[in-house]
Write a protein that binds this ligand. Structure first.
Ligand code: DGP
Length: 114
């Protein structure tokens, strides 16, 4: 997609602090971190949100979750634990409409979130 922020990061047209790349996913630090570890994991292919990603039904959602765990291991937060969040829709706070998993860790994470 030509006018998508995260497509531009995937295409290296906009800089980002990239921490992991796989065949179908890219992970980079959130510009506005909410935890010591706050990494966004995106599919390289453009899908608007988690529902569209799941509907693609080509294993991409599996790959994305695998990449999330790899990021958590790499960042040293797999133990004691981390959170994966997909904000889906404006009512949930989604602001970038290229599906992305927030991987959060490195501090005590309260539940339920606000
Ligand atoms: P969401 O609100 O779930 O759509 O999350 C979008 C996130 O994207 C938000 O936490 C801030 C982050 N973000 C927005 N613009 C940029 C950017 O240009 N670079 C990076 N690394 N993160 C960005």
């Amino acid at each position: 997609m030509t006018d998508c922020l995260f497509c531009k990061i995937v295409a290296r047209q906009i800089p980002a602090d990239i921490v992991l790349e796989t065949g179908r996913a890219l992970a980079f630090r959130d510009v506005n971190p909410q935890a010591p570890t706050h990494v966004l994991v995106v599919p390289k292919a453009h899908h608007e949100n988690a529902a569209a990603l799941a509907a693609a039904d080509d294993g991409l959602a599996d790959d994305l979750l695998t990449a999330c765990h790899a990021v958590a291991v790499q960042e040293g937060v797999a133990e004691p634990g981390y959170r994966v969040v997909f904000n889906t829709g404006t009512g949930a706070g989604q602001t970038v409409f290229h599906v992305h998993a927030h991987v959060l860790g490195g501090r005590s994470l309260t539940w339920p979130p606000g």
